[in-house]
Design a protein around this ligand. Structure first.
Ligand code: NAP
Length: 180
């Protein structure tokens, strides 16, 4: 039973961008606390999932610290599993209790609804630009992408070598050596 006014959002955050920042700030107007599930945490060093789970936690915590939100957020790594139907139960196993799931992803919403968990579909603002795939493509094309993520996380991404990693992965895939 969930006593705290606590919500859940699950995302891959590849990378964490201004759309995610806006969604989190909107949810925190309705919930006292928020569990942020780092989805597909087992994935890293691919074009779709360049950052490791740990790097994603570091990036998000830096944003939270800057906005004094660390005390209201619980970050939980969540690996993918084969069976979609069982996945929400796994998420519940890994996370503290929550009363509502927020997502823009129809699959995520419908899976939690099968467990009678309340859901809210939250659309991201400026979806044309605040989108992980769009940002990663900009990095590959050598275009400016930094304005699409919170300023506070830029030093973290620089330290990780985010752009360099994506560009290297991209040329590796173009050489036909990697799987997407
Ligand atoms: P996703 O399913 O890979 O993302 C789908 C799209 O939804 C992405 O383009 C993402 O944008 C977008 N999105 C995320 N939050 C949104 C919002 N509030 N409004 C509009 N669009 C939004 O991953 P995800 O939805 O970010 O996260 C779901 C996670 O749950 C994934 O890691 C997925 O693998 C996991 N999952 C696992 C299972 C299983 O293991 N069987 C089942 C269901 C879901 P951005 O790229 O810009 O973030």
């Amino acid at each position: 039973m969930c006593k705290a006014k606590r919500g859940l959002i699950v995302g891959r955050f590849q990378p964490f961008h201004l759309g995610h920042a806006n969604v989190i700030q909107r949810i925190l107007k309705k919930e006292e606390e928020l569990v942020i599930g780092i989805g597909s945490v087992q994935e890293s060093f691919t074009l779709e999932n360049p950052l490791t789970g740990g790097e994603r936690i570091e990036m998000i915590r830096t944003f939270l610290r800057k906005h004094n939100l660390v005390g209201r957020i619980i970050i939980v790594p969540i690996p993918d599993i084969e069976e979609n139907f069982v996945w929400p139960a796994r998420v519940k196993e890994y996370t503290p209790s929550f009363r509502r799931v927020y997502s823009g992803n129809e699959l995520v919403l419908s899976l939690f609804e099968t467990m009678n968990i309340q859901t809210t579909k939250l659309e991201m603002v400026n979806r044309k630009e605040y989108e992980g795939t769009y940002i990663r493509k900009k990095v590959i094309r050598g275009e400016k992408w930094q304005q699409l993520v919170p300023d506070s996380i830029l030093p973290v991404l620089k330290n990780i070598g985010f752009s360099k990693r994506i560009k290297r992965l991209s040329s590796w895939y173009m050489d036909g050596e990697g799987e997407k």
